[in-house]
Design a protein around this ligand. Structure first.
Ligand SMILES: Cc1ncc(COP(=O)(O)O)c(C=O)c1O
Length: 340
């Protein structure tokens, strides 16, 4: 019997997603909703926050475009979008503080920058935002599933992550976090019939006086991709059962081995910040001798999957990698460095 369409199973999976999502984001279960990708939650923020003409939103100048285009659209509403300049791919809290103006109303930043793995100071940024009465939005795509997160403690208002990367889930899945406190301020940019509290009774559909769900579920959109939900629930359960700290430890240990090799080899230069507070499960490096594009092509040909991002080779290691993968990468780099 195919149970994929079973309504009860669907709600079981949704509940699992919310329970695991709360562990991943470090918040309450009722603050987690199912989105379809990172963009979903960023749009909820951009078009749901009470921003008005004359206000300003501040973004780092090297954000992944998912956390840029929804904000840029606000220019049509008279809202200014300003960028904080990076310092060699890094950001200090002072860079943000100095970029704030009297008009700034929101700061939207990635937990981990996509191109070099720089982990931002979310705790300190959260303090800064609350001190100044600013909304704080976090694109968590490159952190959710591999770095422990504490959105509630860090005073984040809205966060969002697609499932298709570190959460090991199908494309078309994602979670968003919206703090209980934030709900009071939000002007939802959309409404959905499944965001209403039906009390599991669908026999009175044309009674339009139903209240919205109190939880983040009220911002979810219509009928769910049920097959995806089951896969998503399973993956999130798998990751949270392992424990985010253990996942992080596994990934960082593999990158330590790679970093030790790269630091010793003059042909390469690490471009990530590997200090404890700013490192992540992403390490990037470039070549001092050869062309970085050729090196990347060479690795791909050998079946070593890395990404070329903004002039560096990006190595993203996760649960499916082990020391033999890192040894294979080091072996290939060693050969390339010798010019063979
Ligand atoms: C920081 C960051 N945000 C968002 C995304 C993707 O956004 P979405 O899940 O909406 O496709 C990526 C990369 O795929 C990313 O690196």
């Amino acid at each position: 019997m195919c149970r994929l369409g079973n309504q009860k199973d669907m709600y079981v999976s949704l509940n699992r997603i919310r329970v695991a999502g709360a562990k991943i984001f470090g918040c309450r279960k009722g603050e987690i909703g199912f989105g379809f990708n990172t963009t979903f939650g960023i749009n909820l923020a951009a078009f749901g926050l009470p921003l008005n003409a004359g206000d300003e939103v501040l973004l780092p100048d090297v954000e992944f475009p998912a956390n840029v285009y929804p904000w840029l659209e606000l220019r049509n509403r008279g809202i200014t979008i300003s960028f904080v300049n990076n310092d060699r791919g890094r950001f200090s809290v002072d860079l943000f503080r100095n970029a704030l103006s009297k008009k700034t109303r929101a700061v939207a930043v990635s937990a981990v920058q996509f191109f070099n793995g720089f982990k931002n100071d979310l705790a300190e940024l959260g303090d800064l935002c609350k001190e100044r009465g600013l909304f704080f939005v976090v694109d968590s795509m490159q952190a959710a599933g591999c770095e422990p997160l504490a959105m509630k403690r860090w005073k984040v208002d809205i966060a969002s992550a697609g499932g298709q990367k570190w959460l090991l889930s199908p494309q078309g899945t994602g979670i968003f976090y919206i703090s209980d406190e934030m709900k009071e301020n939000l002007r939802p940019p959309w409404r959905s019939w499944l965001g209403v509290d039906w009390g599991a009774d669908w026999t009175d559909l044309i009674n339009y006086g139903r209240p919205f769900e109190q939880s983040a579920q009220q911002y979810e959109l219509g009928t769910y991709p049920v097959g995806h939900l089951h896969a998503f629930a399973w993956s999130l359960g798998f990751i949270t059962n392992l424990g985010l700290k253990n996942v992080q430890q596994h990934n960082h240990a593999l990158l330590d081995t790679l970093a030790a090799y790269l630091n010793d080899e003059p042909a390469y230069e690490i471009t990530s910040d590997l200090c404890k507070r700013h490192r992540s499960s992403i390490l990037t490096f470039t070549t001092t001798k050869a062309d970085v594009r050729n090196l990347h092509r060479r690795l791909v040909k050998q079946g070593i999957i890395t990404a070329l991002r903004e002039g560096s080779i990006r190595v993203s290691v996760h649960l499916y990698n082990n020391t033999s993968d890192i040894e294979a990468l080091i072996g290939a780099l060693r050969t390339a460095a010798k010019g063979n």
